[in-house]
Design a protein. Structure first.
Length: 265
């Protein structure tokens, strides 16, 4: 009986947590849309600062990691395709794997480590130092002041970063294709363009958009739930990273299944 009660309690807690994420995201979205009408517009300078931190400053590490991932994908694909004499399909395998799945997912995991954890640490520190209470005392909505700019920045930058990571991954695959598979630069990228469909790119960008929403919601929610004491900030940051990765994987699974069953092909 105790086991079933524990399972039921855990399930209820998880559903409640998902509800909290949805409510926080909704409040932030409403603040972005209706704030200007109520005389409390989005703080564009703060949103721009967040976009620089989330997007521009992440370009070097994303470029490096996805470039090497592209090389690895090309090597692994060539290892199997060589057995069937089908080395000409290496660009197809690299491009489709990156645009549909690995590009958005790798970008999300990197952004979680850089920005999702930073969101939780920033808001958690403000919660511990009672700055959140000070904002409420000054009649400032913490969601509108803190969460909404982060949400806007993340929703804009995640698709941009994903497109860049797709390009860098394909460039990494091209390095192997040119040096080890007999392609020229023009023939490799021509084969890549022939392999890609508009739907492949769009599905990856839709995932990236949803991942950005999840990362912002989880990071900010964990920050707002931080308890008293500096130790709790570290715990909130760790929890934000773990939960963000878990939820991103679940969202990825859901959208991958949806695209598979609704695809006309």
């Amino acid at each position: 009986m105790a086991f079933t009660e524990a399972v039921g309690r855990t399930a209820i807690d998880q559903f409640a947590y998902v509800g909290q994420l949805a409510r926080l995201t909704w409040r932030a979205a409403v603040a972005v849309v209706t704030g200007p009408r109520q005389g409390a517009g989005l703080r564009y300078r703060r949103a721009l600062h967040q976009a620089m931190a989330v997007g521009v400053e992440a370009i070097p590490i994303i470029s490096l990691i996805t470039f090497f991932v592209g090389v690895i994908l090309a090597l692994q694909s060539a290892h199997e395709l060589k057995r069937f004499g089908a080395m000409e399909f290496v660009p197809n395998a690299v491009a489709l794997s990156l645009t549909r799945e690995l590009g958005p997912l790798m970008t999300a995991i990197i952004v979680i480590g850089r920005s999702g954890s930073a969101f939780a640490a920033e808001i958690g520190t403000m919660k511990v130092s009672e700055e959140i209470d000070a904002l409420e005392t000054m009649a400032l909505d913490p969601v509108q002041f803190l969460v909404a700019p982060k949400l806007v920045a993340m929703l804009i930058m995640m698709p941009c970063l994903t497109m860049w990571s797709d390009f860098m991954g394909i460039a990494g695959g091209a390095v192997f294709g040119i040096l080890g598979a007999g392609f020229t630069i023009s023939s490799y990228f021509r084969a890549t363009l022939d392999a890609l469909l508009k739907e492949d790119i769009i599905t990856g960008l839709i995932k990236a958009f949803m991942f950005g929403m999840v990362i912002t919601a989880v990071g900010c929610q964990e920050g707002l739930m931080t308890g008293l004491g500096s130790e709790q900030v570290g715990r909130s940051t760790t929890t934000a990273v773990v939960k963000s990765i878990f939820v991103v994987i679940l969202v990825d699974l859901g959208f991958t299944a949806l695209f598979y069953f609704t695809s006309p092909n």
